[in-house]
Design a protein around this ligand. Structure first.
Ligand code: FE2
Length: 296
């Protein structure tokens, strides 16, 4: 029930979106209406994977915007360990401060992918790379605005949806009504659990603004990232109109079996499970990412 969470629809933050066409990701700067405090949700590091080259144009755009608007960055929120883009949270934190937060079940993700990438004991699997590990229902503040995190596993075990006033950031728990939902077949994913998590989001007030982490412009429409709980409940092609859990699980499982791995999953996981840091350099000061052969 939504009533278990401290919803306050009277607080209406300004939400500025940044779309990254390379990964179809939308990052957000969310400003407290009563102060200059802000949060960044799901930033993106640029990577030319074929060349092994990392740059920060997308993050620099966010940094420029925050500076120009005279905002004070308090939080860098990661809705989950993304498999399709690399986080730039530490890069932005280095320039602007703020705390990096993710769901407490990151430890499960670190355990799983620590094994996949054969990381040594120096890779801590306790979430200590992050400044804050959120539990379901945990609150935090951005200026005078009280925000909360909902645990929404299914796409990954550590997924969280964040609500700041009348704005909710869905991560990959939901897509736009005509986009449906995210896959649930990564290690630790589960279609039935995803359905239950989506119901938690849909229990928020109908007028709640929802902001997506991704949009792929289905059927040739322009990229969109904002909708409402009411619109999702009515029209979401995977869960709207009261679709049953059984139907959702059957559809999701069949669809997922046909999906290829995301292009950037291998670098993304290695970086994002470290809160956006690259793996430590070798004794010559060179940094490498691994490719586990037949390991995923
Ligand atoms: Fe994701």
């Amino acid at each position: 029930m939504a009533s278990n969470y401290p919803v306050d629809m009277s607080v209406k933050p300004d939400v500025k979106a940044f779309f990254d066409p390379a990964t179809w990701t939308i990052s957000y700067v969310v400003k407290d209406p009563a102060s200059d405090a802000c949060a960044v949700v799901d930033s993106v590091m640029d990577i030319d994977y074929a060349a092994g080259r990392i740059t920060y144009e997308s993050a620099d755009e966010i940094i420029k915007y925050i500076k120009e608007e005279g905002l004070k960055l308090e939080w860098l929120i990661e809705t989950h360990v993304h498999a399709d883009h690399l986080s730039a949270a530490p890069y932005i934190q280095d320039k602007l401060g703020g705390k990096i937060g993710i769901g407490e079940h990151i430890v499960t993700v670190q355990e799983t992918f620590g094994k996949v990438f054969n990381e040594g004991t120096e890779f801590q699997r306790d979430g200590s790379q992050f400044d804050r590990l959120f539990k379901d229902g945990d609150t935090y503040t951005v200026g005078g605005m009280t925000c909360f995190a909902m645990h929404t596993p299914g796409h990954t075990p550590a997924c969280m949806v964040h609500t700041m006033g009348d704005a909710t950031f869905t991560g990959d728990t939901l897509f736009m009504p005509d986009g449906g939902s995210a896959r649930a077949d990564f290690p630790g994913g589960d279609a039935g659990i995803l359905y239950d998590s989506i119901q938690k989001v849909l229990a928020l007030p109908d007028e709640m603004r929802l902001f997506m982490c991704h949009d792929y412009g289905p059927n040739g429409r322009d990229i969109e990232w904002e909708t409402t709980v009411g619109a999702e409940k009515e029209n979401n092609i995977h869960v709207g109109g009261g679709k049953s859990k059984d139907d959702f699980v059957k559809f999701r499982t069949e669809r997922d079996a046909q999906l290829a791995m995301p292009r950037l999953i291998i670098p993304s996981l290695q970086v994002n499970m470290r809160a956006g840091e690259l793996p430590p350099p070798d004794q010559d000061g060179k940094t490498f990412l691994k490719v586990p052969v037949n390991g995923l």
